[in-house]
Design a protein around this ligand. Structure first.
Ligand code: ADP
Ligand code: MG
Length: 153
């Protein structure tokens, strides 16, 4: 499945449409270069989940927790150097939460430590300056229904 956007606003709107379809806990891995639009997509998802706080990149904090209609755990693994640091912050417990929406930027830094059941989104720049391609892959079966729901966007 692939989406295309042509502005930051469109990426935000895509995130909102994804967020509106969330019915339970889910883990989304967001792979893409610096400036690809991972955080823009996260902000759209968070807004659909009625997170009131401003959502920023947790590059320095590694993880931000937000409360919306369900808990949102937003990770940015960019600055982590060793997989042990994930254990130190209790990543597995957060990532396996049944009720939370878990959003992980830079999952490709530690692919072996990422949830086996997740949707894996790959965001790439397109030919035009503001064009982005968002490819979605379903890993495991747990979120298959949600994945199929996204095909209606
Ligand atoms: P990341 O979290 O992947 O590093 P951000 O979402 O923080 O990326 O930033 C994306 C940057 O790219 C912003 O400066 C935004 O204005 C710009 N941009 C340009 N076109 C798009 C687009 N179609 N979608 C998202 N961001 C875009
Ligand atoms: Mg970011």
């Amino acid at each position: 499945m692939e989406f295309r956007t042509h502005s930051p606003q469109e990426t935000h709107a895509l995130g909102q449409r994804i967020g509106e379809r969330i019915r339970g806990g889910v883990a989304l891995c967001l792979e893409g270069d610096l400036g690809a639009g991972k955080t823009a997509l996260v902000q759209g998802i968070a807004s659909a989940l009625r997170v009131g706080d401003e959502v920023t990149s947790p590059t320095f904090a590694v993880m931000n927790v937000y409360e919306g209609i369900r808990p949102v755990y937003h990770f940015d693994l960019y600055r982590l150097e060793r997989v042990e640091e994930l254990e130190d912050i209790g990543f597995d417990e957060y990532a396996s939460s049944v009720e939370a929406v878990v959003l992980i930027e830079w999952p490709d830094k530690f692919p072996q430590a990422m949830p086996e059941e997740c949707l894996w989104l790959h965001i790439e720049r397109g030919a035009a300056a503001d064009e982005r391609r968002v490819a979605v892959q379903c890993k495991g079966e747990r979120y298959r229904d949600f994945y199929e729901e996204l095909e209606r966007i």
